[in-house]
Design a protein around this ligand. Structure first.
Ligand code: TYM
Length: 332
């Protein structure tokens, strides 16, 4: 079986619909075909200030949501990044192979540093992508299911794996991004020219999976569309409607073409009312399952402990190989 690896930050509390459709949905699917490793990236979270209590709560909340979304601890390895110290260790080696200019070109970093100013951001944020490289390489992952915004980080991972292998001998699998074209970028409901995101979206533009279902329905119903009336998939000219069709199609399994036929001659109101219902039917059991995991922290922690143990076995082997190839004297 090929390996899959991915991670998700625990910072936001509730995951949003972009996280689910762009990434977590693929995590669930790849459990069936891959030896899959999924983690809550708490070490990445602290690249921006975190209240310790929030970090602890949000890390468990993230894991609970991943399980509620369909990850099965018997079919994948679910763990918390900081439980596997090899991530930070391999990241250091990779930091020493990454060009300063190369890291400076990472667009996510450039965006954030432009927004906050370089004195208010940390060196950790700068090397964030290098830690992500280590995450992926430790598991010898063939496929990395992510949204479109993570493509550049996977490209960096490929470059560093090749660099390491060339300099020190074959050690790491060179991974491919696994990005589903239709859902790789879910757009903000109020501004369909930007992606749905915790940092850029307004509250009305973002569907938080743990919102009250009533709130979710209202956000769908007030989504920005366009001045026409025709329900047609056209990302260029009708980005708002196209985004709604993508969401609808993915959640129900109906093709976009079928939806276009179904809604021929009907208005945007009909589409939104039906999609709101579809969303409510999806989030209601999701919220309940998440709450069940939160209500039973002992079970949750046990799942994460078992996951960390399985992850460490794989990670330790890769790290030992990397240390050896680079010429570190083994401890006796
Ligand atoms: P994060 O936590 O920001 O997002 C988690 C996943 O959700 C995807 N995503 C989206 N997909 C489609 N449309 C959107 N609007 C949207 N918004 C977010 C992201 O692409 C991501 O796949 N750096 C990563 C976490 C990470 C990681 C890794 C990923 C750390 N180590 C190793 C893969 C492999 C991040 O910040 O994701």
């Amino acid at each position: 079986r090929p390996r899959a690896l991915s991670g998700i930050q625990p910072t936001a509390g509730s995951f949003h619909l972009g996280n689910y459709l762009g990434a977590i949905r693929q995590f669930v699917a790849l459990q069936e075909t891959h030896d899959a490793f999924y983690m809550v990236v708490d070490l990445h979270a602290i690249t921006v200030p975190q209240d310790p209590r929030d970090l602890r709560a949000n890390t468990r909340l993230a894991a609970a949501q991943m399980l509620a979304a369909g990850l099965d601890p018997d079919r994948c390895t679910l763990f918390v990044q900081s439980h596997v110290p090899e991530h930070a260790q391999l990241a250091w080696l990779m930091n020493c192979l990454t060009g300063f200019g190369e890291a400076s070109r990472m667009t996510q970093f450039k965006d954030k540093s432009a927004r906050h100013g370089s004195d208010r951001i940390t060196v950790g944020l700068f090397t964030y992508p290098v830690l992500q490289v280590a995450d992926i390489l430790l598991y010898q992952a063939h496929h990395v299911p992510v949204g479109e915004d993570q493509r550049q980080h996977v490209e960096l991972t490929r470059d560093l794996a090749e660099r390491f292998n060339t300099r020190f001998g074959d050690t790491f699998v060179v991974p491919d991004p696994y990005i589903v074209k239709e859902t790789g970028k879910i757009y903000d409901l109020q501004d369909p020219s930007i992606k749905m995101s915790k940092s850029a979206s307004t509250p009305k533009g973002i569907i938080n999976l743990l919102d009250e279902p009533k709130v979710t329905a209202k956000k769908i119903k007030s989504a920005v569309t366009d001045l026409e009336t025709e329900i047609r998939f056209d990302e260029e000219r009708k980005p708002g409607v196209s985004n709604l069709l993508t969401i609808y199609s993915t959640l129900t399994g109906n093709s976009i073409a079928d939806l276009e036929t179904t809604y021929q001659g009907k208005g945007y109101g009909a589409l939104k009312t039906d999609l709101a219902e579809v969303m409510v039917e999806w989030v209601t059991p999701f919220r309940e399952r998440t709450q069940e995991y939160l209500d039973d922290p002992e079970t949750l922690d046990k799942i994460l402990a078992k996951g960390a143990e399985k992850a460490r076995a794989v990670a330790a082997e890769s790290l030992a190989a990397a240390y050896d190839r680079m010429g570190f004297v083994p401890p006796r």
